[in-house]
Ligand binder design. Structure first.
Ligand SMILES: Cc1cc2nc3c(=O)[nH]c(=O)nc-3n(C[C@H](O)[C@H](O)[C@H](O)COP(=O)(O)OP(=O)(O)OC[C@H]3O[C@@H](n4cnc5c(N)ncnc54)[C@H](O)[C@@H]3O)c2cc1C
Length: 477
């Protein structure tokens, strides 16, 4: 740690979590002076226990480290190529965890802390930022995370509008479209209604018989749920996003009169038999590769969710891009509020990073800190940096935050919800692989594996090109 720098191009980073620590590191390594503000230990969050930067508040896992077959493993690989401090500290503090990258949490945070403290361009300043940063901070990154302190959250809300800053995420499960069995499901909008931007056939519909519905409701009621943490119970969330199991508890038929209403839809596979209930899925990203289960936010544990939702006709082999959940989480309606460089449109000196922007997870938060740091460094030098290609994991995640969300489909408004990195956020391959290297045809699951591997190889090649053609040029400006 050094004395506070007062150069006019100093960048202020608020929050020394996963994203803020990475952003500060990238700036300092790019030759920019940084003041990194952290409120702990003066003021703690409900989940943090220490004063150390980059504390892992729950699990000690960075999930799969398989860059060839898994999207988060690919994001690890990309971050390593970009000199990530978070990945360096994780690699140096690994504990055995099969194919996952798990870390000794204290060793990991201590490694991040000592690297930040030893860097001559970084000043760590302890204390809560209790309102909008002062005007003289002209280049700011706000990375205060899902548990941003209340005074700062209120000040940000004042710059946006009531609905643009959420305090709960209510996530319905999201399914990879190509894993839905369309010999049982079909495309149709209720009453074939053509809403704004719709075609009249915008939803995937999965029909249920009475027997299937009865078994499904019983499974929802019996399925194991996660509890609200004590500090979450007082945060209101009941605005139109009741968990499905809570709806099911209100009465056996409640879901049939709510999200599983069977009206205005005809099953073309069996037109004479009226389904007793229907589960609808709606397009979730502009690419059309992901579909969310409409109205299916839930607090069921992940295992029971997969088991129960795969009993729905058409979803027997569904692969989930993410499962449902309901958590306390402060995040922005980023596609509306932020520009492509993660700056607040209403006040571009404020750039956001980490989970506040609508990504989810340690690795994703750190990666958005990384790119925010690179953007801020370029701006500080009077240069600008092009976004990483959408074919990379980093570019795909940024695309979700700054533009991949569709606000209305068929007249229905959809709220922006946080997301982990997954292959559904990547543009499809120009040509999907059909054969193995020995010329024989790929079968069944081999096709999915080959597709992921081709997407990963494309991502790493495109990232290397971006580093050479854009990042190095911006750094030399
Ligand atoms: C309870 C909980 C459990 C989670 N479990 C997991 C998990 O197991 N695995 C996973 O991948 N993800 C998990 N997440 C999601 C998320 O990825 C992590 O919270 C991650 O740490 C987010 O990174 P971040 O940098 O955006 O925020 P954080 O790591 O939370 O960092 C934000 C920092 O800002 C500081 N701060 C807040 N307000 C102010 C202020 N006004 N002034 C100065 N400093 C401030 C905080 O003290 C904190 O150090 C969990 C989230 C929560 C809330």
């Amino acid at each position: 740690m050094t004395g506070t720098k007062s150069l006019s191009n100093t960048v202020h980073v608020v929050g020394a979590g996963l994203a803020g620590s990475e952003a500060a590191w990238q700036l300092a390594e790019a030759g920019i002076d940084v003041v990194l503000h952290e409120m702990r230990p003066d003021r703690m969050t409900e989940a943090h226990r220490t004063a150390t930067p980059a504390e892992l508040v729950c699990s000690n896992s960075f999930r799969s480290d398989d860059a060839a077959n898994n999207a988060v493993g690919l994001l690890h690989a990309e971050m390593r190529r970009l000199g990530s401090l978070i990945m360096r500290a994780a690699d140096a503090n690994q504990v055995p965890a099969g194919g996952a990258l798990a870390v000794d949490r204290d060793g990991f945070s201590a490694a991040v802390a000592s690297a930040l403290e030893a860097h001559p361009r970084i000043t760590l300043s302890r204390g809560e930022v209790t309102g909008l940063p002062p005007d003289e901070w002209t280049n700011v990154i706000i990375a205060t995370g899902p548990l941003t302190s209340q005074p700062l959250a209120e000040a940000i809300r004042g710059l946006t509008d009531e609905s643009a800053l959420a305090f709960f995420d209510a996530i319905a499960p999201i399914v990879h479209k190509d894993t839905i069995d369309m010999s049982k499901a079909w495309f149709q909008s209720r009453y074939d209604k053509v809403g704004p931007g719709g075609t009249g056939a915008d939803y995937v519909n999965c029909p249920m018989t009475r027997e299937q519905y009865d078994v499904f409701v019983a499974a929802l009621l019996a399925g194991e749920k996660t509890d609200f943490k004590e500090w979450e119970t007082n945060t209101p969330y009941f605005d139109g996003c009741l968990p499905i199991e809570v709806m099911a508890e209100r009465g056996h038929e409640t879901l049939r009169h709510g999200p599983m209403k069977p009206v205005g839809l005809t099953n073309p596979h069996n037109p004479t038999v009226k389904p007793y209930a229907i589960v609808q899925l709606r397009q979730d990203n502009k690419l059309g590769t992901l579909y969310n289960m409409v109205g299916f936010q839930t607090k069921l544990k992940y295992g029971p969710q997969q088991q129960i939702f795969r009993t729905i006709p058409g979803l027997e082999n569904a692969e989930f891009a993410r499962l449902g959940g309901l958590h306390r989480n402060t995040f922005l309606n980023s596609p509306k509020l932020l520009d492509q460089q993660l700056r607040l449109r209403a006040q571009p000196r404020l750039r956001f990073a980490g989970q506040m922007t609508g990504c989810e997870g340690y690795v994703e938060s750190a990666s958005i800190g990384l790119i925010a740091g690179l953007y801020a460094a370029a701006e500080s030098r009077g240069a600008s940096l092009a976004a990483p290609p959408p074919t990379t994991a980093l570019g795909a995640l940024l695309g979700h935050i700054t533009g991949g969300h569709i606000e209305t489909i068929d007249g229905a408004t959809r709220s922006f919800q946080p997301m982990n990195i997954n292959f559904g956020l990547f543009p499809p391959l120009a040509v999907a692989p059909t054969r193995k290297s020995d010329g024989t045809r790929l079968k069944g699951n081999e096709k999915t594996v080959a597709k992921k591997q081709a997407m990963s190889a494309r991502a790493l090649a495109d990232l290397d090109r971006w580093i050479a053609e854009h990042l190095r040029v911006a750094a030399a400006a």
